[in-house]
Ligand binder design. Structure first.
Ligand code: BGC
Length: 720
């Protein structure tokens, strides 16, 4: 293949298409992730034109609240079908970046603040789409956790946080689900653009994780194509600048770029085209069936945060005051490249009316033209007031972060006034990023979190309000009391294009729990119209897998679904750890009065931490506390498992401390004998000896010369 053709394969033909090559047709890539955004006009070079109608499923923030990988896989399979029928070869999703800070504008497109939950659901999404003969593109790789200045921003992350938190979700998706492609992000990671980052794209992604597919760039992320090819980037999208291809040709000709790097990239693009050409996606789609699935997914995502006074579920004949424009114009997705042209839309007010046999009075409430008095009169005479609150369109959007997490002040005024006349008030929430709920929680008798529910929003909310669906959603992100409590608060969105990930691994609930900071609703929280009781937890090892089994009983009168969460802790650890880290979970359907066994299997490797002294995963040996519960702060039962460790034995050098040398299997005993020779008689045993040892523990061995230890003795100590 001529050099110029090879170089050309690495950039897009048009906004959504690759070039054709080696007799293979071009491939079409399209957004994602919560529905297909296929542009009707192929000549739309900026990708701004309206897309063809498609099913708008709940965005990731809501899907994550189901904690249900089987459901995510079903939804993604439906997206794959719609993509295939539209001639799309690769859907650009899922987004598995970690919600590091509540303000990130794209949090609605991401699953969770926790890497396990993000990775498990991301894998399910990839499996679902790819089961239909359409490829996925897991994005945005990596450490893309702010929208502010996203094309220049530099995420400065310590290795442990990078591995355990920010890369972990990608690692799981790549190793478990083998996506056809990975999309690199716009930002830099520790000083190097993702698109030029050979360590990230070649050493880690391919070398360590075995990724065999193509790496594509985020749209417009490549500034230096030569550096990108050298790093392992295969396809620069949308590729509107042919001089970048010329640069690659010139670099190979001048010897600045290894031709093998270009060959590898071109081969991987051709493999992608071949995969797309071989796939046989279905040609037709049943949008009615997909609408029903969108409703099911939405209703499973709704999360009941509070339910006092038995206000929910509503009686069918209850007299209702429905308040707030969002009841007729619901927010159901965010803004930017993921915005789907929804094929349908269920309106909450219509769906409430359809299920009600009583009087339903609607007032816009916080609309300028609507007097608040109307809402208050309706609320006062109703059995229950249902107030719809939410973030305005534009607050959850790509390309910008929020500066606060408050609901609009006029909406809170309405809630205050309504709750003053009607204690039985339900607040229904629509938002992508987390919002401050301290006051809503205080005022409303019940709080129903609708996140962003996609086109089935209306039916889902109405079904939960009337108890047609027993809510089973659980938060995938902590709701803090105040924004300032967020672990990343002081380091977001950074300054002068640098974002210091100063909180390290203490992201989300890890950080709130480690500092014992009170929150409004903890990670994993969500209520049901029934109650669950947990029996003792049983634990055993099955080879290298920890198996935890808990019998859970539905003690109420309704069938329900519990999300059983397993958190692990290691007391007295050699590293600094969160008091609880999610290590597994199980979604169990339990009929009223019934008991089911929740089985959670956790590979031993999941207990590893990243040890930056040896650049590897290490399992610390010893006892781990396993806490099983209904949220990170609602632990019902605990048990303990002992794991064999593989802590590295570090070489002892002149700069190793006495404590480190004593812990070494060979050097330790020799050193102890030597120390005993130096100690005055009687000091080595008893408290004086312990005190002396503690005092000298941090002295590097080499400094012992200053305390009179001979160089020969030291050399003898350090001999291998
Ligand atoms: C976004 C990606 C998206 C791409 C194509 C970019 O601006 O960051 O998530 O897939 O555009 O629309």
């Amino acid at each position: 293949m001529p050099l110029a053709v090879k170089a050309g394969l690495g950039s897009g033909q048009s906004f959504w298409r690759t070039k054709a090559g080696a007799g293979l047709p071009a491939a079409t890539l399209t957004d994602g992730p919560h529905g297909v955004r296929a542009q009707a006009d192929p000549a739309d070079h900026a990708g701004f034109a309206e897309s063809v109608p498609a099913t708008c499923f709940p965005p990731a923030a809501a899907m994550a609240q189901t904690w249900d990988s089987a459901l995510v896989e079903r939804v993604a399979a439906a997206i794959g079908d719609e993509a295939g029928a539209l001639g799309v070869d690769v859907v650009l999703g899922p987004g598995v970046n970690i919600k590091r800070d509540p303000r990130c504008g794209r949090n609605f497109e991401y699953f969770s603040e926790d890497p396990l939950l993000s990775g498990v659901l991301g894998s399910a999404w990839v499996r679902g789409v790819q089961s239909r003969g359409v490829g996925a593109s897991v994005k945005h790789f990596a450490a893309n956790n702010t929208e502010t200045d996203r094309m220049r921003s530099d995420s400065r992350v310590e290795p442990r946080a990078l591995r355990e938190i920010y890369l972990r979700s990608f690692e799981r998706v790549v190793t478990e689900a083998q996506p056809w492609t990975v999309m690199c992000s716009y930002n830099k990671i520790n000083g190097v653009y993702a698109s030029e980052n050979r360590w990230l794209l070649s050493d880690v992604l391919r070398g360590e994780w075995g990724f065999a597919g193509a790496v594509i760039s985020d749209w417009g992320a490549v500034g230096d194509r030569v550096a990108a090819v050298r790093a392992g980037l295969d396809l620069s999208m949308p590729g509107g600048d042919p001089t970048q291809d010329d640069d690659v040709v010139a670099a190979v000709e001048s010897g600045a770029l290894d031709p093998a790097d270009l060959d590898d990239s071109a081969r991987r693009v051709l493999e992608l085209l071949a995969r797309a050409a071989d796939a046989q996606p279905g040609a037709t789609v049943d949008l009615d069936a997909h609408h029903i699935l969108a409703r099911v997914a939405a209703s499973r995502a709704v999360t009941l945060l509070k339910n006092d006074l038995g206000v929910l579920p509503l009686r069918r004949d209850a007299r209702l005051a429905v308040i707030g424009t969002l009841a007729v114009c619901p927010r159901y997705q965010g803004g930017g490249s993921s915005r789907v042209n929804a094929a349908r839309l269920d309106i909450p007010l219509d769906e409430i009316r359809a299920r009600s046999t009583g009087e339903v009075v609607f007032t816009p409430g916080y609309d300028d033209d609507s007097p608040l008095d109307d809402a208050l009169v309706a609320a006062a005479v109703a059995d229950v007031a249902v107030v719809f609150l939410g973030l305005p369109d534009g607050e959850d959007a790509e390309g910008a972060d929020r500066t606060h997490i408050d609901l609009p002040a006029d909406q809170l005024d309405v809630l205050r006034a309504v709750t003053a006349v009607q204690p039985r008030t339900v607040a229904v929430l629509f938002h992508g990023g987390v919002v401050r709920l301290e006051e809503v929680d205080r005022l409303a008798a019940a709080v129903v979190d609708g996140a962003l529910l996609g086109q089935g929003v209306g039916a889902a909310i109405a079904d939960v309000l009337f108890g047609v669906v027993n809510p089973s959603g659980r938060l995938a992100e902590t709701v803090p009391l105040r924004l300032a409590d967020a672990p990343s608060f002081l380091n977001f969105p950074g300054e002068h294009c640098r974002v210091l990930y100063g909180e390290g691994v203490f992201v989300g609930y890890r950080g709130y729990d480690a500092r014992a900071v009170e929150v409004t609703y903890p990670f994993g929280h969500g209520l049901s119209y029934t109650t669950f009781c947990y029996d003792e937890a049983q634990v055993h090892l099955d080879g290298d897998t920890v198996v935890v089994e808990v019998m859970v009983t539905n003690t109420g009168a309704r069938d329900g679904r519990e999300v059983v969460q397993l958190y692990a802790a290691k007391h007295g650890s050699v590293i600094s750890r969160a008091p609880r880290e999610l290590r597994g979970f199980a979604v169990v359907d339990i009929p009223a009065g019934g008991t089911r066994c929740a089985v959670i299997r956790v590979a031993r490797r999941e207990f590893a931490y990243w040890d930056d002294r040896v650049d590897d995963w290490v399992v610390e040996g010893g006892a781990y506390t396993l806490s099983v519960g209904a949220s990170s702060r609602d632990i019902r039962v605990t048990t303990v498992v002992r794991l064999d460790g593989d802590l590295p034995v570090l070489e002892v050098t002149a700069m190793s401390t006495i404590a480190e040398a004593l812990a070494h299997p060979d050097v330790g005993p020799r050193l102890m004998t030597m120390l005993q020779q130096y100690a005055p008689a009687g000091v080595e045993d008893g408290p004086a000896g312990t005190d002396a040892l503690r005092m000298i523990a941090s002295i590097p061995l080499g400094r012992l010369r200053l305390f009179g230890v001979s160089p020969d003795l030291l050399a003898d100590l350090l001999r291998p």
